[in-house]
Design a protein around this ligand. Structure first.
Ligand code: ZN
Length: 380
């Protein structure tokens, strides 16, 4: 079988869609007017992804406030925020360029999603002629909605975690039921968990093992056959063309991450200084038998944070090197991250999100062609 390929999920939102998110916050347009522009951008994303030949297509998350907050709010500024949440939660991440992203704060129970990703899958199935994938958020990210130190009166942390796991399980099951063939779980907080950033208290609490255990609490509810198509995405962040945890030694995560009983992993790698070290770690720690499923490593061969388009030859060479350490039969190709995980992202290094959308398609085409060339060379 040729080397499989899969994108993480998001694409830059067109500038006029980003403006519409802001206009909704300012009360200048209605939700229906925002939705019309989301539809238009989603359809365009699917059409253009299909033109590249991408195996699985998505709407590029055009209808989502972000990869992490789609279940609980319509916009990043908090328009349409779910009940029991306030806008002033902890920082999720402080990025290298100085900007930060903040999570809402849970104020009481019960915790419930107001939007499930299956809503997007249903719409995408309607518009797509190719198989559809969906990215969902990990419980390990949303556990940060609960205050870090104190207990919410009447809603103990354990009750929250139990409710959260039920909602994430439902999110994944419903996405499959709506027709998604692959569901990948965004786990960008994995590497960040070892950052020890004094400005961001949760990163000082050594939470990686807790994150892994919580994610397994959900993933272990699925059969090996289902888990073959459940992935985990890891990266050092990707927002406004900046990262949040690239300086954290990757081995701290990669030596533990494969303990998550997922069937495949979408692993940032193209932007690493020492890619071969990453291939080695993945080859060493991936498991042939993760409770009945053999883990596949989809290595990042494209950097969505730079406007320079990788060549198919670069992609081919990276994959051939990765195959030496991981084994061609365990290898896939992906991008280092979604191309724009948050709905407001001006893609500064690209100059504009509209241009960045064009660049993303060129990069995806290079990944596909490079994977084809590597497969040919490997005779698979
Ligand atoms: Zn990412």
């Amino acid at each position: 079988m040729p080397i499989p390929t899969e994108l993480v999920g998001s694409l830059p939102r067109p500038m006029k869609l980003q403006q519409a998110y802001a206009d909704l916050d300012d009360g200048k347009i209605t939700v229906e007017e925002l939705q019309a522009l989301q539809e238009e951008a989603a359809k365009d994303s699917i059409k253009r992804l299909e033109q590249t030949g991408e195996t699985y297509v998505t709407d590029g998350e055009q209808r989502e406030s972000s990869f992490a907050t789609y279940p609980i709010t319509t916009t990043l500024a908090g328009t349409g925020l779910a009940p029991n949440l306030a806008g002033d939660g902890q920082f999720f991440a402080i990025f290298d360029d100085g900007h930060h992203r903040q999570l809402p704060r849970l104020t009481g129970g019960p915790f419930r999603y107001q939007t499930f990703a299956s809503e997007f899958v249903e719409k995408n199935k309607r518009d797509a002629s190719k198989p559809v994938k969906q990215a969902v958020i990990a419980p390990s990210m949303l556990m940060l909605l609960y205050p870090l130190e104190e207990e919410i009166e009447g809603y103990p942390r354990e009750q929250f975690l139990s409710d959260l796991c039920d909602e994430v399980e439902k999110d994944i099951r419903q996405a499959f039921a709506a027709g998604a063939e692959r569901v990948s779980i965004d786990f960008t907080e994995g590497r960040l968990a070892n950052k020890n950033d004094s400005r961001n208290p949760w990163t000082n609490k050594d939470m990686l093992q807790e994150f892994i255990d919580l994610n397994n609490r959900v993933i272990d509810r699925f059969s090996p056959g289902e888990r073959r198509n459940i992935g985990i995405h890891t990266c050092p962040g990707g927002d406004c063309d900046s990262v949040h945890s690239k300086e954290v030694p990757y081995e701290k995560l990669l030596t533990k991450m494969f303990n998550i009983n997922a069937g495949y992993f979408l692993i940032q790698c193209a932007s690493e200084d020492d890619k071969e070290k990453v291939y080695k770690l993945c080859g060493e720690y991936r498991r042939d038998d993760a409770n009945g499923v053999s883990q596949k490593c989809f290595m990042g061969v494209i950097d969505p944070l730079t406007p320079e388009v990788e060549t198919p030859e670069q992609v081919r060479d990276d994959l051939l090197k990765a195959a030496e350490h991981i084994g061609a039969e365990n290898l896939g190709a992906t991008d280092d991250c979604g191309f724009s995980p948050f709905s407001r992202d001006e893609k500064p290094k690209h100059g504009s999100p509209d241009f960045a959308r064009d660049v993303a398609m060129q990069k995806i085409s290079a990944r596909l062609e490079g994977a084809r060339m590597a497969s040919e060379e490997l005779g698979i």
